[in-house]
Ligand binder design. Structure first.
Ligand SMILES: Nc1ncnc2c1ncn2[C@@H]1O[C@H](COP(=O)(O)OP(=O)(O)OP(=O)(O)O)[C@@H](O)[C@H]1O
Length: 300
């Protein structure tokens, strides 16, 4: 389903489950951004297993420079597979069997691993849940960040060291030199995720995917990281794709949202509209589940 075809017009009346409060939802949707060409896009994407079982059934999603797109939906709805298709890292046994994948002006639909390696890291980066599992526990995180800077951004050793400091400083980390010397076990989840964000941004990609990147963190640290992602996309004109099962997370950062269910986009549109006046019964279900946990707390 394409972006436009999947947008269902909002009904006039506001359903009970929509979160209503007297302040406007932020950020507002900038329609002008849609006039810019997409930085990353999947169009009519189909992902299937080797036995032909379809897991993603014709999803379209796109994001532009400086824009944040939220992807929400319950577990197993196809959010991660869609993002993995954009990164060229589908799990073994799964493949793109229909549609197109494009990143930063490059058509990667039929790309081999060599072509993907030229794009991953340099044009598109990603962070996921559980940052510790992406780092070597035996090596200081600074050395791992420097290695990424050498390999992905092609910096010589001395420059990589300097750039690692600058990157962490830019991500709001205090006592940068101390953090760079520490190992995984010595750092908090929020700090490790910052290090992973620094690695993902090492070669200044145009697109960043954050897939449940703040899920396991406590609310305060989560809010700090969401604020950081918002700032980075503003300052770097980064196209951000934020994946979460949590509507509140998406509401804090994204001006557009797509609701996934069973490998399809069931609703898409401006976050404000989707949250205030959900058109699809499933979105209303998601919202009522969140209302029970006080979604409005995060939206104000
Ligand atoms: N390696 C795999 N082999 C077979 N099926 C898979 C594989 N990975 C995912 N799936 C299936 O594909 C569907 C979509 O999975 P996906 O991981 O994209 O969901 P998701 O929305 O990201 O869920 P979650 O929030 O739990 O990560 C699910 O039915 C899942 O079971």
């Amino acid at each position: 389903m394409s972006d436009t075809r999947s947008i269902i017009e909002a009904p006039g009346a506001l359903p009970q489950t929509a979160v209503v409060h007297d302040r406007p939802l932020l950020p507002s949707f900038d329609e002008a951004s849609l006039a810019r060409p997409a930085t990353a896009a999947v169009t009519d994407l189909v992902i299937a297993a080797a036995d032909g079982t379809e897991l993603v059934h014709g999803v379209s999603a796109s994001v532009r420079p400086g824009e944040a797109l939220g992807i929400v939906g319950e577990s197993g709805s196809g959010k991660t597979l869609t993002c993995r298709a954009l990164l060229g890292i589908l799990p073994a046994g799964l493949e793109v069997t229909g549609g197109t994948v494009e990143v930063d002006g490059v058509d990667l639909t039929d790309a081999d691993e060599r072509a993907w390696r030229r794009v991953r890291g340099t044009h598109i980066g990603a962070v996921f849940q559980d940052p510790a599992s992406y780092l070597n526990p035996a090596i200081p995180v600074g050395a791992q960040l420097e290695e990424t800077l050498r390999v992905t951004a092609g910096l010589p050793r001395r420059q990589a060291r300097q750039r690692a400091r600058e990157l962490l400083d830019d991500l709001g980390i205090r006592r940068v030199d101390l953090v760079l010397r520490q190992r995984v076990a010595q750092l908090s989840g929020g700090m490790l995720q910052r290090v992973l964000i620094a690695m993902a941004l090492a070669a200044d990609p145009a697109v960043l995917i954050a897939d449940e990147a703040t899920t396991a963190l406590d609310v305060t640290v989560q809010a700090e990281l969401l604020e950081l992602l918002s700032r980075l996309r503003r300052e770097r004109d980064l196209a951000l794709i934020l994946v979460s099962h949590d509507l509140a997370v998406v509401a804090q950062v994204c001006e557009r949202v797509q609701v996934f269910r069973d490998g399809r986009v069931v609703e898409a549109g401006a976050t404000t509209r989707v949250l205030r006046a959900p058109a699809h019964a499933y979105t209303r279900e998601l919202l009522s589940a969140h209302a029970a946990y006080g979604l409005e707390r995060f939206l104000a």
